[in-house]
Design a protein around this ligand. Sequence first.
Ligand code: AR6
Length: 209
Amino acid sequence: LAEIPTVGRLFQAKQLAPVTTPFAPSKTLNNTISIIRNDITKLKIDCIVNAANESLLGGGGVDGAIHRAAGPGLVRECDGLDGCDTGDAKITSAYELPCKSVIHTVGPIYEFEYRKDSCRPEQLLRSCYRRSLEVAVANDMRSIAFAAISTGVYGYPSGQAAKAVLDETRKFLEMPSNIGKLERVIFCNFEERDMEAYKALTPVYFPPT
Ligand code: AR6
């Protein structure tokens, strides 16, 4: 974990352009958040969050990469979970992965949910992150890394996703009952466009101190 820099450290090292933000700067919160570009299956932390589908039985993208790296034990355990609703999250062991547990969340299919109600994709994406963080805390996880849920084949625009994710995460970490529970929350991106979105938006939600 010490090798993964937090935004607290990055903001100290770099002079950032002034940001307009309604959020108070917090050294503690900034030392909790990391933005990295990596293969999430390589992270030696407590838990990683998979962008699954409602069946929980595997698929392409990061889901495929996680199942391949974990080995067949993972799909056997997932098979016993009776699927997962969109916006919810369930935890399993990590099998051959270097992390301890995997949290599987199901993000919204952007266009499908948007057609029902334009607010639904954001509500469901926020719910994915909130539920994953709740499940992590309930299972005594101290460090968690998120793949960029829904921004691949499910089509959620990167910038809009990053806004909802950072806002929901800040709110979660600030709740009195959650303070001190998570040592590190890592946003583990794969695509440059997600990195750009997080780099631009993190100082708004976690302003430099
Ligand atoms: N590590 C980190 N991020 C990754 C990795 C990796 N190894 N591989 C891909 N990504 P997606 P979704 C990024 O499509 O949009 C599956 O078939 C990827 O570049 O994996 O939520 C499921 O079974 C993108 O930025 O998930 C579902 O059916 C992000 O992970 C469906 O896809 C999410 O892209 C879920 O779609």
